[in-house]
Design a protein around this ligand. Sequence first.
Ligand code: SME
Length: 170
Amino acid sequence: MLQPLPHGASPADRQERYDEIRASIRGLLDGEDDWVAAMATIACELHHAFEAFHWTGFYRAVSDALLVVGPYQGGHGCLRIPFEHGVCGAAARTRSTQRVADVESFPGHIACSSSTRSEIVLPVVTPSGALLAVLDVDSDHPAAFDALDQRELEGVCSDLAQQFAGRVYG
Ligand code: SME
């Protein structure tokens, strides 16, 4: 496994790392039809690729109103998040990426870990419009995520949603 890329690495190095990790995920998930195995593999690959990723994992949409924790890496995460709560809930409700540079400025942020300073949460939506999950990455560094992270992580979520296009809930 690769050493985690240090926080503050250049955009070129971060892009190269995303290219490596996305190729690795594509290879590992080739032909895989088990949803939990896919989420667990993505969480593991991403978490160990970047030093700044301190909590990396999925919350599954189990209904039109509730997220339940799925495979993740890092300290323990809250088990259930209603759509009306937190950054994860906002991503699920609006089906749009939430990139939060300072979690203390986000009303209703759920502090599973008091050390979290910034986070990015991305919806996993199938081509037919079903919200399967959200991918949540939290960092102890402020403003740890930029447009490059957003574009690449949205690509990971889009690939996952296409592979599991037949599902209705996560
Ligand atoms: N920070 C998230 C909650 C999930 S955990 O931190 C793992 C939120 O506000 O949605």
